[in-house]
Design a protein around this ligand. Structure first.
Ligand SMILES: Cc1ncc(COP(=O)(O)O)c(C=O)c1O
Length: 369
């Protein structure tokens, strides 16, 4: 950190130069004590885009005026509603349109994917996954394994960080896939580990899984299903139920904001903003060397998203509550982690500066006591 970075002037200068700064005005910030909260929880629930309310009211109006005929006559007909989200979703995740269908919730979709792709046999039945995955992901794996008559302790191989480390080494993931290559049925990884903020190297993990004889079709033909399982059109073959119009209306409002920005600008701001947060936190850590805090998210920008996980021994909860009392909304994870997500679409450098000033004040007070 340069001394320049630790001044509020630096944050203002960065905000003044940020081409994405005006996008912040498209969102509502919760108010705390009459002021906009310092909101760092977009990795959990993002802020409400200002257009969501009118989008939902439109659907209520169409329901009121059309009843069931809204399926075809609503302003945005409900029957093909999910298709209106496909192009924007494909752009944000880097997929082609036929690889996308918007439906359900994450865990329901995990189950549906495993019904298609977890086809264990007597010899190939293991699932390789990261240790400490989000609990509902773990429960979904356990349920699927039991459903097929296997025991989770035997069938689920969890890869944990090495002793004294917090994140996984890609080489350890690849070794585990290779070591179990004759018994693997599925390799299952989140894109970004929710607790540590580690972004996994999906390309390498996917090709190692393919080599081990996992789901072997290449990207271009990913959804050309094997004989016996032939969805009509790409990912839409998984669609079940009518489109969930109210959730999708809110999601459409959000995606329309993503559509306004160049993704490369968003990623560049993500790296700058997260890097700025890291340098200010590093400054606190070096100014108070005995503090029991540590950033457990990988240092390399390509190995993280817009999240830093701060491990705080003993006083994590107290710090978390202190932040909330001082109008900062961050995310507490048992037993000792505060997740801080500076979101490039609506967080500013000034937000980051103010948040770290509160953290510094908290530790200064502790230090004086
Ligand atoms: C990392 C992660 N995985 C899974 C879930 C569960 O998602 P859903 O409720 O859509 O099944 C959540 C939701 O909080 C999550 O944050």
């Amino acid at each position: 950190m340069t001394s320049n970075q630790s001044s509020s002037g630096f944050a203002h200068e960065m905000d003044a130069r940020d081409s994405l700064a005006p996008i912040r005005n498209e969102f509502y910030f919760p108010k705390i004590n009459g002021n906009d909260a310092l909101y760092f929880c977009g990795n959990s629930l993002g802020l409400q885009p200002k257009t969501v309310e009118s989008a939902l009211l439109q659907e209520l109006e169409d329901w009121k005026n059309w009843g069931v005929e809204g399926h075809f006559n609503a302003k945005n007909p409900w029957f093909p509603y999910h298709k209106m989200l496909t192009a924007s979703l494909a752009r944000t995740v880097g997929a082609i349109g036929t690889e996308i269908v918007c439906m359900n919730t994450l865990t329901v979709n995990l189950h549906l994917l495993m019904i298609s792709f977890y086809r264990p046999t007597r010899n190939r039945y293991k699932i390789i996954m990261e240790a400490g995955a989000f609990p509902s992901d773990q429960y979904a794996m356990e349920s699927q394994v039991r459903f097929h008559g296997f025991e989770p302790d035997d069938a689920i191989v969890e890869i944990a960080p090495r002793k004294g480390e917090y994140t996984l080494r890609t080489e350890d993931i690849l070794d585990a896939i290779n070591n179990h290559k004759d018994s693997i049925s599925l390799v299952m990884f989140s894109g970004v580990q929710y607790f540590t903020g580690q972004r996994f190297d999906m390309k390498q993990i996917t090709s190692a899984a393919h080599e081990a004889g996992g789901w072997g079709n290449d990207e271009a033909t990913r959804f050309e299903m094997k004989k016996g399982f032939r969805p009509a059109r790409g990912a839409e073959g998984w669609q079940i139920s009518n489109a969930q119009v109210f959730q999708m209306a809110a999601l459409r409002s959000s995606l329309s904001i993503f559509d306004q920005v160049e993704l490369s600008d968003m990623y560049s701001k993500r790296d700058k903003l997260t890097g700025y947060l890291k340098s200010l936190l590093d400054g606190i850590i070096s100014d108070f060397p005995n503090l029991p805090i540590k950033i457990i998210t990988p240092e390399t920008p390509s190995e993280r998203g817009c999240q830093l996980s701060l491990l705080v021994e003993n006083q994590g909860r107290e710090l978390y509550h202190y932040l909330v009392e001082n109008s900062a909304i961050v995310d507490w994870r048992e037993p000792n982690v505060i997740r801080i997500a500076p979101v490039p679409l609506y967080n500013s450098f000034e937000d980051v500066y103010k948040l770290t000033t509160i953290i510094r004040t908290y530790f200064s007070t502790q230090f004086l006591d």
